[in-house]
Design a binder for this molecule. Structure first.
Ligand SMILES: [Zn+2]
Length: 275
């Protein structure tokens, strides 16, 4: 049984500030240790449920946040920059389940720690088939293409809520309660890891009966940017339509192509973000 883990970082118990998730620094070193522990807990849970191969795709920022030697010895590690499928690189139809570990709420979520949607300096809102979404639903497009169910997500309450419209049966492990974008009440890291391990086991045990993400096709993605220039730039990509000054839409029958369009939009607009 093969498990694909997409690991972010903002959804870790105890993490509340950018300093804890951005290198270099003492706080970042603590943050990456906490991340390693939670990812390993998810792998332990997967192995408990019979996983024979686990691939961890590091999906945060530099995308080499884990110390390879500290990662669970059952897992292989996909890390580094310029991955064509970004947060979902490495997933294919041979996998039985997807875990999303240490995910976080969308930029527009009312109470969500360190909320953002891919790029907080560019994306004001993303909607999939009319529903405001975070990274979980966007990334689920790739899982849908390969017909692999997304069975586990960990993070705060907003993260869990956002996943449900398109992944109604997902096992959501909530490790903190966000008060604002920069304050949260977290479980102790050891408790968080216990819950993640147990949740991963439960999730994988049900994976055989789980359905791929429920995203109706053709699907339409609508992205609202901070500035009109970004929407203009995004519209240079074939198939991307300018809907309003700051809004573009793109529709596709193939969820993988839709995700690729989104990732291209993100990469392109990054060149004009300020500060
Ligand atoms: Zn993220």
């Amino acid at each position: 049984m093969k498990v694909f883990i997409s690991s972010d970082i903002e959804g870790i118990a105890g993490i509340v500030d950018w300093e804890q998730v951005r290198a270099p620094g003492v706080e970042y070193e603590i943050g990456r240790q906490l991340l390693t522990d939670e990812v390993n807990a998810a792998i332990d849970g997967a192995v408990d449920a019979g996983a024979t191969h686990v691939l961890v795709n590091d999906a945060h920022r530099t995308m080499y946040n884990l110390r390879p030697g500290d990662l669970h010895h059952h897992a292989s590690y996909l890390s580094g920059r310029h991955k064509p499928l970004y947060m979902m690189e490495g997933l294919d139809a041979t996998f039985d389940a997807v875990f999303m570990v240490a995910y976080h709420g969308a930029i527009g979520a009312e109470r969500a720690i360190l909320s953002h949607t891919y790029n907080p300096a560019a994306v004001w809102e993303a909607r999939l088939n009319g529903i405001a979404v975070g990274e979980s639903a966007l990334n689920a497009l790739v899982a849908l293409h390969h017909r692999v169910p997304v069975v586990l997500i960990t993070g705060d309450e907003a993260t869990a809520e956002e996943a449900r419209p398109f992944m109604p049966e997902i096992e959501a492990v909530v490790v903190k309660r966000s008060i604002t974008r920069f304050a949260a009440e977290s479980l102790h890291p050891e408790r968080a890891c216990e819950l993640i391990r147990a949740g991963a086991t439960r999730a994988l045990a049900r994976a055989g009966a789980a359905a791929p993400p429920a995203i109706e096709l053709p699907a339409t993605l609508e992205v609202t940017f901070l500035t009109p220039d970004m929407a203009e730039m995004a519209s240079w990509i074939r198939g991307v339509q300018r809907a309003e000054a700051r809004v573009v839409t793109v529709t596709d029958d193939d969820p993988l192509l839709l995700y690729r369009s989104f990732v291209t939009i993100i990469a392109l607009t990054r060149s004009i973000v300020e500060c």
